[in-house]
Structure formats: C-alpha cells, structure tokens
Design a protein around this ligand. Structure first.
Ligand code: PBG
Length: 323
C-alpha cells in the first residue's frame, strides 16, 4: 500500500478512533500483586530498594490484602521471611510456618481474592540457595521432595494456587503428584517455567533476605543468553502438569514472552521483577521520567508481547490509575 492511498494517521486522529482500533488493553483483571510477610505483629516496614512495597506481619498483611481486593486486584502472590533458617528449609513446610500462618488468616478474613504462594526454599535455607546442598553443589532430586511437601502445606493452609520458582528439574511433576495424592487435584500450578539467572532480582533478595551465601544461581536458573532453551523448559513444565507458564524477568525477556505465547496454548504470565520496579521508581523520584506513564507503557508492552497475566509490584497503583 502506498501513500497517499494508505494514511496510517487517519486512524489516529482522536482518542475515540484510537481506542476503537487499539490492539492491547491493560486491565486490573490481569494483575497479581506480590507481598511479603514477616514474623511479629503491627509491622508495616517499607523495603528500602522498593519504595511503596512493604514487609507486613500477619495482622497488617490481612488488613492490606483487604485493600488489594477492594482495589479490584484478583490475586496476590505471597513470599515469607521465616524467623529462623536451617540447612533443610524446615520453615518452608511447617504447619505453623510464616506463610502457612498468613494463609490461615487470609483465608478466614479475606474472601474473594486468589491466594498464590511462591514455592521455593531460598528464604528458608541458611545458605540462601533454592535447594539442598552438598558442599557447594545444589542437589536436584533430594530437593524435589521438600518442594512437594512445601506446596502441599501451602494448599492445606489455604493457598488456591502454588507457584514453584526454584528451577529444579522435575519439580512440576513432583508437586503435581503430591497435590493429587493429597486430594488437591483441582489446585492449579503456575510454573516459573523460563526463569533466568538475572541481576534484576537484586532488590527482591534484600526484601526476602534470600541472597545465596556462596556462589550464584547459574547452575539452576537459565542463562540469559538462551532463547530456544526457554521453549524446552516451558514444554517440559507443561508435560509435567503446569497450568500457567511464566517468563521471568519480563522487561528484558519480551522475546521469550512472545515465543512462549506463539508456541503454546496455555495462559502466559510475566513477572515484572523487583529490579525493573526499582529502576522506574528511582528515575521517577528524580523527576527524570514520568513514573505513571512509564509504568503503564511498560506493563502494556508486556501484554502486547503476549503476557496474559502480569505479576507486578505496581499492581496497587495501577489499579488506582485504571479506575
Ligand atoms: C525465589 C524467587 C526470587 C524471585 C521470585 N522468587 C529470587 C531469586 O530467584 O533469586 C524474584 C522476584 C523479584 O525480583 O521481584 N527463588
């Protein structure tokens, strides 16, 4: 098509026309809000590298989740900071663990919001790795059993969906089998399927106190250089029983989001991670960018790339802006 026959500007003349032909919509219905629960009571402590994001104790969390629900956000994903850590991550699957206690309170006091839990061991391990260690090696198969136990304990306590983020091989199948054995065959799994070993998790590790004490996570999380491998990771998790597949981080992995959307017919989630959030907040605080516009454009772009669902620390403010 040639100018002057085709004039793309014809359909951009006013907002009514633009919205008529708009291909992508950002909606509060697609957002999941990550939250952090800590021991104690009366705690509302802002995380220094994530302005606007807080550590809550079970009581303040319960109140805040009511506000999240009232803002129209359909789901939260919960991370826990246990009082103690050890080399077996025992705090991850205890019936009275931090996440389990929070879930019981939320289930009882805040109906009508979906409770998702992050299933991982790094916050509960004294060494900060996502699996059992032997020396400096992170062991795969012995870790699966603990992950499965942790997932079951979350669902018992009230989780509606579990989301394993550890990146051990075979964990979706291990968790699916354990849930089914415990009569939780209706509980969905969101798999952190293509999770990269990323520097963008920096602020989160401060927030969750989960930085590895030696080495890094490159022996289990994906190499940022790899694109085709994401397809293998995702198809593996789907064959093991994942119901929703996630790409993480989001902003620097839009090609992966697009690939996964094109290749598979399951819902695709994208995790707009802590470092992505911190960058926007830091620049906005200096007046270098318009925080609201940049946030909305960023999340819209993730949807355009193919994300059906976005996990984002911006969820609450976005819910407000979209009203
Ligand atoms: C736990 C986990 C991490 C994140 C979510 N679950 C950190 C990591 O893998 O080191 C990162 C979330 C974020 O940066 O916002 N394994």
């Amino acid at each position: 098509m040639y100018f002057p026959i085709y004039r793309p500007r014809r359909l951009r003349q006013n907002e009514k026309l633009r919205s008529l032909v708009r291909e992508t919509q950002l909606s509060v219905n697609d957002l999941i809000y990550p939250m952090f629960v800590v021991p104690g009571s009366g705690v509302t402590q802002e995380i220094s590298s994530m302005p606007g994001v807080f550590h809550y104790s079970v009581d303040t969390l319960t109140e805040q989740v009511k506000a999240v629900r009232d803002a129209g956000i359909p789901a939260i994903i919960l991370f826990g900071l246990p009082p103690d850590k050890d080399e077996g991550a025992s705090g991850a699957f205890k019936a009275d663990g931090i996440v389990q206690t929070a879930l019981e309170s939320l289930k009882k006091n805040v109906p009508d919001i979906i409770l998702i839990t992050d299933v991982c061991l790094c916050e509960y391990m004294s060494h900060g790795h996502c699996g059992i260690i032997d020396g400096e090696e992170i062991l795969n198969d012995p870790t699966l059993e603990i992950l499965a136990k942790t997932a079951v304990s979350h669902v018992k306590a009230g989780a509606d969906i579990v989301a394993p983020s550890d990146m051990m091989d075979g964990r979706i199948m291990a968790i699916r089998e354990a849930l089914d054995d415990n009569d939780y065959s209706n509980t969905p799994i969101i798999s952190y399927a293509a999770k990269y070993s990323s520097a963008f998790y920096g602020p989160f590790r401060e927030a969750a106190d989960s930085a590895p004490q030696f080495g890094d996570r490159r022996s289990y999380q994906m190499d940022p250089a790899n694109r085709r491998e994401a397809i293998r990771e995702v198809s593996q998790d789907i064959s093991e029983g994942a119901d929703i597949v996630m790409v993480k981080p989001a902003l620097t992995y839009m090609d992966i989001i697009a690939d996964v959307k094109r290749e598979f017919d399951l819902p695709v989630a994208a995790y707009n991670v802590s470092g992505e959030y911190a960058m926007v907040k830091a620049a906005a605080a200096r007046g270098w960018i318009d925080g609201k516009k940049v946030t909305l454009e960023t999340l819209l772009s993730m949807k355009r790339a193919g994300a059906d669902i976005i996990l984002t620390y911006h969820a609450l403010e976005v819910a407000e802006w979209l009203k």
